[in-house]
Design a protein around this ligand. Structure first.
Ligand SMILES: *[C@@H]1O[C@H](CO)[C@@H](O)[C@H](O)[C@H]1NC(C)=O
Ligand SMILES: *[C@@H]1O[C@H](CO)[C@@H](O)[C@H](O)[C@H]1NC(C)=O
Ligand SMILES: *[C@@H]1O[C@H](CO)[C@@H](O)[C@H](O)[C@H]1NC(C)=O
Length: 447
């Protein structure tokens, strides 16, 4: 009797009842009752924080991508981020690089201006959402923005400036729960689903849903997520309307970037990228581990606990291929590695952006050859994309983050306020060489 009963419990003959998930509005009400932590501005890091878990798998896995699964208030973000009135964190359903159900977290910040918004003054309510992809460039989940924004604030002041324009700002942890740095499908899916999730709750904070527009913006590792979202949108989120996407310092080809930066100042991004992208490809992950030279494996693997800035400092100038028994060929000639890169490593093969796109790139970018971005833009332009592409003759990769900022804000403002058609060409591509030299020389910015 007893063994049979336990067998039945393990393999129920009838499906167990599935409790309905709470609605987004119910979750919001709960979030205001139980914020992130009441006594400390520093919540637990994601690896230790039980909030960073999806609810019961039977309930959430069949939900549509973008479904809001958890919400909590983040009441200390208005201390670390300028121009923030309040902030919330949303855990939502997404899809990983293997096309399996997954989840991710985004941080939604409400601008101070929204305090003037009320049901009797709806014209004062916000009508724009910026989905802002931070280049966090790490395979360490504890360096995810949802945690970092609480602890160290933001790296570049761009969230503050966007909030200052009255925009809602959403900052997704697009690398997901495995910190899958450089995995394009994962990043694109998580970015698109973060927008779907935010649009389910933003009306509660007074966003004018009847006229609201959404734009994406990313630089470098952030642009990797924004670009994959832009090219995947037509297939993966065909009903989601995105007004425009701004992409700075693009890295269209992961293996080309790897060869380009190996031995240089940013070589530390390679171990982080290898373990990040391979976290979506278990066979490649085990291959990488099995090919590490035993004497230096511990150092290579220490990148799992580093931020981007730490990994850059730790591997400065190193030849990363030397960590492998078979050198370069272990990473590139092996079949499991090729398969992984073909799925997750090359932009431009999963669709064509059907929204306006602004691309800005330093001709002398030392992280990713400008040729790769030229080729990507050309590829999209041949099939009817609407792209403004600025090739800046001044500065390198880090300078362009600063040199391009005002142009990105101006372009994003036009797509979000609806004046894009009056200011920019709405047909085809415009490729121009420009010279903007605002930034001081910086070897590597404060990632
Ligand atoms: C920050 O947000 C919390 C809760 O969302 C609020 O109670 C607090 O007054 C805000 N702080 C400031 C300085 O606005
Ligand atoms: C990516 O870059 C590598 C190295 O430069 C090159 O061999 C490969 O053809 C490129 N792949 C794609 C899909 O563009
Ligand atoms: C931009 O400069 C490149 C050289 O870097 C040149 O080949 C190209 O023709 C220029 N493009 C335009 C549109 O002027």
């Amino acid at each position: 009797m007893r063994p049979l009963l336990s067998l039945l419990l393990l393999f129920p003959l009838f499906p167990l009842p599935v409790l309905p998930l709470p609605t987004a509005n119910q979750l919001l009400a709960l979030a205001d009752a139980a914020p992130i932590l009441t006594s400390s501005p520093y919540p637990l890091p994601p690896s230790l924080d039980p909030w960073y878990r999806a609810p019961d798998a039977v309930a959430w896995q069949p939900t549509p991508p973008g479904t809001v699964l958890k919400v909590r208030a983040a009441p200390f973000l208005n201390r670390t981020i300028g121009n923030a009135l309040t902030a919330y964190q949303i855990l939502y359903r997404t899809t990983d690089s293997q096309h399996d159900p997954s989840w991710a977290v985004t941080t939604l910040l409400v601008p101070v201006w929204q305090a003037r918004c009320s049901t009797t003054a709806t014209h004062l309510c916000a009508h724009a959402v910026l989905s802002y992809q931070i280049p966090y460039d790490t395979c360490n989940v504890d360096a995810s923005p949802s945690y970092g924004l609480n602890v160290v604030g933001e790296p570049y002041g761009e969230i503050r400036d966007a909030l200052g324009l009255g925009w809602f700002v959403s900052v997704p942890d697009y690398e997901g729960p495995l910190a899958s740095y450089a995995a394009g499908l994962q990043a694109g899916h998580a970015t698109l689903d973060s927008v779907r999730a935010v649009m389910q709750v933003a009306g509660v904070f007074g966003l004018r849903m009847d006229v609201a527009k959404v734009a994406l913006w990313g630089y470098s590792g952030g642009a990797l997520a924004s670009e994959w979202a832009a090219e995947l949108a037509g297939q993966y989120a065909p009903k989601l309307v995105i007004a425009g996407v701004a992409l700075g310092g693009l890295t269209p080809n992961v293996t080309s970037v790897t060869d380009y930066i190996n031995g240089g100042e940013c070589a530390g991004l390679i171990p982080a990228g290898l373990l990040g992208i391979a976290s979506q490809h278990p066979e490649a992950y085990w291959w990488i581990l099995s090919r590490l030279k035993p004497a230096t494996a511990a150092k290579f693997l220490s990148v799992r606990y580093m931020t981007a800035a730490q990994s850059i400092a730790a591997f400065w100038g190193e030849n990363i291929y030397d960590y492998f028994v078979g050198g370069w060929a272990d990473l590139r000639a092996a079949r499991v590695m090729k398969m992984m890169y073909n799925v997750d490593g090359y932009m431009g093969y999963h669709g064509v952006p059907r929204m306006p796109v602004f691309v800005y790139k330093a001709v002398n970018d030392e992280l990713s050859k400008v040729d790769d971005t030229d080729a990507l833009v050309d590829r999209f332009c041949k099939v009817g994309a609407n792209i403004l592409y600025h090739r800046n003759t001044a500065g390198g990769h880090n300078e362009e983050l600063v040199n391009g900022r005002q142009r990105a804000f101006a372009w994003l403002s036009s797509v979000l306020d609806g004046s894009y058609d009056e200011v920019y060409s709405t047909m085809g591509c415009t490729v121009v060489n420009v010279t903007y030299n605002i930034a001081p020389y910086v070897p590597w910015l404060n990632l």
